[in-house]
Design a protein around this ligand. Structure first.
Ligand SMILES: Nc1ncnc2c1ncn2[C@@H]1O[C@H](COP(=O)(O)OP(=O)(O)O)[C@@H](O)[C@H]1O
Ligand SMILES: [Mg+2]
Length: 330
């Protein structure tokens, strides 16, 4: 008699959640990325108690069709890719079909959504991966997701979370970076009734920088832009006198996706050369556009690490772009 058996769907989702949904910030990231993929112009994020009590994301995007609502919570269910060839030219932020089932397996989730084509919307309520209710709802166009009691059924995960302030800082950090990557979208972030970020969505990156860092700081940032046959870089970097003690204020976005890359971070610093004091780092936001086939986004479950073909060429281009835009050393 064999001893191998298939895991239940809920258990499989909880295992995936271990990788994809590390903390409240990961939930916010996944939900906002879904809103961006849905072509939203406006995304409102409302938090209570650093996201542990409530995370609500409201968008005005395409919405989810009534028939798709339950399917969206099935593992590996996605509207974003179909065949193998799509995997090597992913044009959306999501594609693994893991986020919603993972979140629902470790929280209480209510989704209300309506597409343009539908006359009425619908809602679905899940808790710990089980569907509790599904019915028609008088929704507005777009999607509203409310996540409550995050990690209620995974006490160890809950125990190892950082302090509420740190968890909130992580959320703010990821929302800031998503807003920097999408100046055409109006973002708002509210925590316990207090506004933490509001961008207007007029497509101007400098407006987003002002909203995040304040007008004075934004004024000390200068535009960068450069391209070669493979890459197109645009963004803003701080004048050498405006620095921070960590690399956290450098955001690199590849086709609108915030990514972590040591090589590219080093290239940013290299662009400053000796203009930076030891241990100091600039503020920067660089949007890098490239052919979707030049980047493999299927490297890590959270998709923050990517593999870029010709990464060294891109690093040189970043360095040159920054060198060219900074004023000469006095
Ligand atoms: N805010 C949203 N607006 C419209 N559709 C959504 C939204 N969130 C999720 N969806 C739909 O639910 C599906 C599953 O979402 P998710 O689990 O995050 O997987 P993925 O984003 O990898 O496809 C998506 O492919 C999309 O069709
Ligand atoms: Mg997704």
């Amino acid at each position: 008699m064999g001893k191998i058996h298939e895991l239940s769907a809920v258990l499989a989702d909880q295992i995936a959640a271990g990788e994809v949904i590390e903390n409240p910030a990961a939930v916010v990231k996944e939900l906002v990325e879904n809103s961006l993929d849905a072509g939203s112009h406006r995304i409102d994020i409302i938090l209570e108690e650093s996201g542990l009590a409530t995370i609500q994301v409201i968008d005005d995007g395409s919405g989810i069709a009534v028939d798709d609502l339950a399917l969206a919570f099935k593992r590996h269910a996605t509207s974003k890719i179909t065949g193998k060839k799509d995997l090597f030219r992913v044009q959306t932020l999501g594609f693994r079909g893991e986020a919603l089932p993972s979140i629902a397996s470790v929280a209480d989730v209510i989704v209300e959504s309506k597409t343009t084509a539908a006359s009425a919307g619908a809602m679905i309520h899940l808790r710990g991966g089980e569907i509790l209710a599904q019915e028609a709802a008088a929704s507005r166009q777009g999607t509203q997701i409310t996540v409550r009691d995050l990690f209620f059924n995974t006490p160890v995960r809950l125990k190892y979370l950082k302090s509420p302030n740190t968890e909130l800082a992580n959320i703010t950090d990821i929302v800031n970076r998503l807003a920097l990557g999408h100046p055409e979208v109006a973002f708002s972030l509210t925590h316990n009734g207090r506004s933490l970020l509001q961008t207007v969505g007029n497509g101007k990156l400098q407006q987003v920088l002002s909203a995040i860092y304040g007008v004075t700081t934004a004024r000390q940032m200068i535009p960068v832009g450069r391209q070669d046959q493979d890459f197109q870089i645009s963004g803003f970097v701080s004048l050498p006198k405006l620095t921070r003690a960590s690399r956290n204020y450098i955001s690199l976005l590849i086709n609108g996706r915030y990514v972590k890359s040591h090589t590219l971070l080093r290239a940013v610093a290299a662009g400053y050369g000796s203009k930076l004091m030891v241990g100091r780092y600039p503020l920067a936001v660089l949007n890098i556009e490239l052919d979707f086939q030049l980047v493999d986004v299927n490297v890590h479950p959270t998709k923050q690490e990517v593999r870029i073909s010709k990464e060294e060429q891109l690093a040189q281009l970043i360095k040159a772009a920054i060198q060219a835009s900074l004023p000469p050393k006095i």
